[in-house]
Structure formats: C-alpha cells, structure tokens
Design a protein around this ligand. Sequence first.
Ligand SMILES: CC(C)(COP(=O)(O)OP(=O)(O)OC[C@H]1O[C@@H](n2cnc3c(N)ncnc32)[C@H](O)[C@@H]1OP(=O)(O)O)[C@@H](O)C(=O)NCCC(=O)NCCS
Length: 173
Amino acid sequence: MQSQWNVRVARPADAACVAEIYNEGIRDGHAKLDMRLINAEQVLALMCAPDHHILAAEWGETVLGWASLIPEREAPPGVEEASVYVSRGDRFQGLGRILMEALIRLAEERGYYKIVGRIFSSNEASRRLCRSFGFREVGVLEKHGRVGDRWVDIVLVERLIPAGLGQPAATEP
Ligand SMILES: CC(C)(COP(=O)(O)OP(=O)(O)OC[C@H]1O[C@@H](n2cnc3c(N)ncnc32)[C@H](O)[C@@H]1OP(=O)(O)O)[C@@H](O)C(=O)NCCC(=O)NCCS
C-alpha cells in the first residue's frame, strides 16, 4: 500500500480538501477542543504563514490525508506543533504513519529541534501513532475542556529531533 501513496507539500488547490478532512476529524469529537470548523480560505492563510508547513498525502490524484507543522506559541523557534488528519474512510490503514514519518523528516530537514502535540486521552490511534514514533507522553491535563457533556483530558506529547539540537539558529529565542 505504502508505495502507492505520494506525500508532497500541499498546494493551494488542496485547500478545500484539507479543510474537509479537518472538519471530519473535528465532527468526530476526538481531535481538538476548539471545535470551530474551517474553510478553504483559512487553510490558504495557514499555508502562507511563516514556518507553517502542510503536507498532503494523495492516492492517485485524490488527497486523503494531511499533516502540518506550525510554530508552537510561546516557544522559541525550532519548536513546532504537529497535526495529522486522515479522511474518515481511510483511517487505520497506515496513512497516519506515512504522514508522521514525512513530518519528522521535514522537521529534520528544517533544523527544528522539537515537535509537540496535544491529544485527547481518548484518541488511542493518535496516542499509539505518536508513541510508535518516539514521542514521550509528558503528562495529562485533566478535565481541560468539554465536548458536549463530557470532560476531556489532554495528553501533552513531545519528541526531540537530535539532528536539530546542534543548530544554534533554530534554538535562539
Ligand atoms: C489519528 C489518525 C491521524 C491516525 O491515522 P491512521 O491512518 O488512522 O492511523 P494508522 O493506521 O497509521 O495507525 C496509527 C496507529 O494507530 C493504531 N490503530 C489503528 N487502528 C486503530 C483503532 N481502530 N483504534 C486504536 N488504534 C488504532 C495503529 O495500530 C497504529 O499504532 P502503531 O503505530 O502502534 O502500529 C487518524 O485516525 C485520524 O485522522 N483521526 C481523526 C483526526 C485526529 O484525531 N487527528 C489527531 C489529532 S491529535
């Protein structure tokens, strides 16, 4: 299966598809506390923002998943937050792994030194994905928000990128 996937930098023409896949994840209720849906224009704005990277995974010419690295707020340059979203009908078949591998390679190429993430404690697929790529679960923020009538615990994860640790330009505040 893996050989058929093409992972590349997302293009403006992918924006609507990226938004749709994101919104599916939001509607499913295990991805983010901020449950506002997004549109193609907002994705385009993210694509153009400094140090924001969006990768798209396509099968043939259809984008079925995407992943992003965006600068972590209130952290020095070199610390990026990761997101991975796979189209609802294509989950649990290995695409998340393909995207995460590509994200880590991108972080290495860019000289970033840390990737962080926030995961619902109930999101077992995302937690397993991160664990199997060497992310450390730093801790759990208990009852950090609500989705509908249920409390949500958030797991903080991080992964150092050894290749980026020796690059002073990426670590200066
Ligand atoms: C989380 C997500 C990106 C994972 O991608 P995926 O293509 O479904 O996952 P993969 O098939 O690559 O498998 C990733 C891991 O999840 C595990 N997994 C697969 N199916 C699973 C299931 N039904 N339940 C729990 N874990 C499962 C796999 O075994 C794998 O673990 P491993 O690396 O230890 O082998 C995807 O499920 C998704 O888009 N979910 C909705 C959006 C979301 O929650 N994004 C994350 C926000 S933090």
